[in-house]
Design a protein around this ligand. Structure first.
Ligand code: NAD
Ligand code: UGA
Length: 471
């Protein structure tokens, strides 16, 4: 029986390991974390993350071949394969602050593996890391290894939050990078391949050298985010000319070389990874003497920031150039539907922009707890952020101007305007006539996700602004 241990029980470590345990009954999987509340939640009925389908998978395997534990060292020592799926956020200070990946957690995990290992191990980079990280990890492991052999593999994760379980069950590809030039490297690649081969078709398991695997992950996220910034930049031109961004993206996407997916104009992309990984790519390009390449990718972030501030400006300018004292109902706070994750959600920047113009916000999201929203809105952003996004509002002030409610109708009641900031399905089927009846007039709708039926809303009487649609 292969024994796997995964360090980091987060959005990636938890679901990924649960699916490995589910698909490979002969593999024993331990997921370990330094966070006691996180592990307690993984062992309870209320899992620490909301992800459709996750509960069922965890319940089927937990206690059989899937274990969640804070005993990190014990489980690492016993494992044949150690996945490292710790967070790799953007550095907040020192060299590369605001761009480079902070590998503190990764380094401490690697040192711990070297410290406690008494048998050979395969160490798998599951976290997204800068290209060439494996070289640094190999150094840490071999220089501290007491003669034990380690093989480092890169196996980046491509799941999206909200669809993690279906993505893991049916991945477009599984990427394994290793030392293909050595017999030990090839053997390690084969061991990991055998795990995925329990359910992933052979042709979808791609093996490459270490650096290609590491760089492919950063490149994939950069390409995906670049599509959103491309369509969002076109959405501004649509608004200026009377073109409709949905019609444009549909016509453009019909070209099979381009494709329809990931061309939805929005208030901006969020999530813990797109911005972080592109900044990381920018930094790596700069360090490799490639400023033109760095500037190319930096522009993807700039357009995303522009899109968020453009949305706020549109709201304020439409409502007679001030939202001071006006109630604005915010529908959705998470960075996309079907997740409670708020990391880098565009809702933070939009709400802060409105609060800085002294609006009163009534926020509803089906999955985000009130404490998380208040924390997100009052936590200072970092110095490197765009000045227009870098608004700091103290927690007391946030609490005075923000009310969190448990229903979309409550959020819209007596509001001068409603803003849709997350595309939750339930917002498509709301009774907008009822909502309109309970709002002062003129009643505004600012749809940052293009989920509302513009014609129907205008018929009801709303003044509607949708991203990239004729006004
Ligand atoms: P996360 O913050 O949800 O989870 C990371 C976990 O690691 C935390 O629970 C933390 O307590 C734990 N941890 C940190 N240092 C540790 C240590 N030394 N020992 C034990 N536990 C430790 O992060 P995440 O969203 O799961 O992302 C993890 C990595 O995967 C990142 O590099 C991210 O870029 C990448 N990734 C994320 C996604 C996603 O959808 N969230 C998708 C693909 C890749
Ligand atoms: C993204 C990638 O899609 C995953 O492949 C990758 O593994 C992951 O990042 C990661 O490395 O963390 P995720 O951030 O979970 O996944 O979610 P996405 O579906 O990519 O959405 C990201 C943001 O882009 C969301 O705010 C979403 O609303 C927005 N988006 C997405 C658009 O505005 N328009 C689109 O057409 C698609």
């Amino acid at each position: 029986m292969v024994k796997i241990c995964c360090i980091g029980a987060g959005y990636v470590g938890g679901p990924t390991m649960a699916v490995i345990a589910f698909k490979c009954p002969t593999v024993e999987v331990a997921v370990v974390d330094i966070s006691v509340p996180r592990i307690t939640a993984w062992n309870s009925d209320k899992l620490p993350i909301y992800e459709p389908g996750l509960d069922e998978v965890v319940k089927k395997c937990r206690g059989k071949n899937l274990f969640f534990s804070n005993e990190t060292e014990k489980h690492v020592a016993a494992a044949d394969v150690v996945f490292v799926s710790v967070n790799t956020p953007t550095k907040t200070s020192g060299l590369g602050a605001g761009k480079a990946a902070d590998l503190t957690y990764w380094e401490s995990a690697a040192r711990m593996i070297a410290d406690v290992s008494k048998s050979s191990k395969i160490v798998v980079e599951k976290s997204t890391v800068p290209v060439k990280t494996a070289e640094a990890i190999e150094k840490i492991l071999t220089h501290n290894s007491k003669g034990i052999k380690f093989q480092v593999l890169s196996n980046p994760e491509f799941l999206s939050e909200g669809t993690a379980i279906t993505d893991l069950f049916n991945p477009d590809r599984v990427l394994i990078g290793g030392r293909e030039e050595t017999p030990g490297g090839l053997k390690a690649i084969q061991t990991l391949k055998d795990v995925y081969a329990h359910w992933v078709p052979h042709e979808r398991i791609i093996c490459t050298n270490l650096w290609s695997a590491e760089l492919s992950k950063l490149a994939a996220n950069a390409f995906l985010a670049q599509r959103i910034s491309s369509v969002n930049s076109i959405s501004a031109l649509c608004e200026a000319t009377g073109a409709n961004v949905s019609q444009v993206s549909s016509a453009v996407g019909k070209d099979s070389r381009i494709g329809q997916k990931f061309l939805n104009a929005s208030v901006g992309f969020g999530g813990s990874c797109f911005q972080k990984d592109i900044l990381n790519l920018v930094y790596i390009c700069e360090c490799n003497g490639l400023p033109e390449v760095a500037n190319y990718w930096r522009q993807v972030i700039k357009i995303n920031d522009y899109q968020k501030s453009r949305f706020v400006n549109r709201i304020v300018s439409s409502m007679f150039n001030t939202v001071s004292g006006k109630k604005i109902g915010i529908l959705g706070f998470s960075f996309k539907k079907d997740t409670g994750d708020t990391r880098e959600t565009p809702a933070i920047d939009v709400c802060r922009g409105l609060l800085s113009d002294k609006a009163q916000l009534i926020i509803y999201d089906p999955q985000v707890p009130e404490a998380q929203m208040i924390k997100d809105l009052s936590t200072p952003k970092f110095d490197w952020d765009q000045p227009s996004q870098n608004i700091h509002i103290a927690e007391d002030a946030v609490k005075q101007s923000v009310k969190v409610v448990h229903d979309a109708y409550e959020a819209a009641k007596d509001a001068h305007a409603i803003c849709i900031l997350t595309e939750w399905d339930e917002f498509k089927s709301l009774d907008y006539q009822k909502i309109y009846n309970n709002m002062p007039k003129p009643a505004y709708m600012f749809d940052g996700r293009n989920v509302a039926d513009v014609a129907k809303l205008r018929q009801i009487g709303f003044i509607v602004y949708s991203i990239g649609k004729p006004l």
